[in-house]
Design a protein around this ligand. Structure first.
Ligand SMILES: CC(C)(COP(=O)(O)OP(=O)(O)OC[C@H]1O[C@@H](n2cnc3c(N)ncnc32)[C@H](O)[C@@H]1OP(=O)(O)O)[C@@H](O)C(=O)NCCC(=O)NCCS
Length: 214
């Protein structure tokens, strides 16, 4: 995690039209989304714990999920180039993606089975929340669900998680039910949400905007 953040930065990236890894628009300093690899996992664990507390996944949990790539799983990370506020331009950069020194500040994962998809996880470094990374990651997951032919995307979210509920509301997820006391931490309800994936217009048509927030 970083002690930095996007204060002083342009703020929200403009993810319009984005459907996968690569720079957002033409801005080389913009956050990027790329496939999560096994060597990303150790660096993600502090972010995971900061985001989910005692419900956090272990390293083995991530590896188990990544083992499902590409058959049933799609996992991505969001990274920020060096030189951005909060990024000193460290030398421990990734082996692919946003260039030397880019640092991962968020991740998301999707399960796709038959014509249904589930958002398995989504988290952003606390120091980088409110900067548009969650939106960027969710757009990627929704676009992937569309590309894989899912008709609906499901997820569960803590009923007291205002930020996540705000994000999912913004993306057009609708409440489909409640699981009482689902989360052991605090015995908090889970809100079950669903979003339909736009059906292609005809044979061979591409799902072009499955992930774009309304
Ligand atoms: C939920 C989470 C992923 C959002 O990531 P983020 O990068 O901060 O979100 P973004 O900056 O991309 O914001 C996108 C939209 O989400 C909504 N949102 C974000 N933070 C919000 C908040 N604190 N309150 C209400 N809505 C919020 C807004 O609609 C926002 O769009 P807007 O700023 O244009 O209005 C992040 O708060 C997080 O990691 N939380 C901890 C882990 C978690 O709860 N994951 C979800 C599990 S189901």
């Amino acid at each position: 995690m970083s002690a930095g953040g996007c204060a002083g930065h342009a703020g929200h990236a403009d993810p319009a039209g984005r459907t996968g890894a690569g720079p957002v628009g033409s801005d080389p300093a913009a956050p990027t989304v790329r496939r999560m690899r096994w060597w990303d996992v150790p660096a993600l664990l502090p972010l995971e714990r900061a985001s989910f507390g005692t419900d956090a996944w272990t390293e083995a949990g991530f590896w188990s999920e990544l083992a499902g790539w590409p058959e049933t799983r799609h996992y991505v990370v969001a990274e920020v180039p060096p030189g951005e506020p909060g990024e000193p331009g460290g030398s421990s950069g990734p082996r692919e993606g946003g260039g030397p020194g880019a640092v991962v500040h968020g991740f998301g994962g999707l399960l796709v089975a038959a014509d249904e998809a589930t958002v398995q996880t989504l988290a952003v470094d606390p120091a980088w929340r409110g900067c548009g990374l969650g939106r960027l990651l969710l757009e990627d997951l929704l676009a992937e669900a569309g590309h894989r032919g899912a008709a609906s995307v499901w997820l569960e979210v803590r009923a007291d998680n205002a930020a996540a509920l705000g994000l999912y509301d913004r993306f057009g997820f609708e409440r489909a039910g409640v699981r009482r006391g689902y989360y052991a931490q605090g015995r908090v309800d889970a809100v079950v949400m669903r979003r339909r994936v736009r059906v292609p217009a005809g044979p061979g048509a591409r799902v072009r905007d499955a992930g774009v927030a309304p």
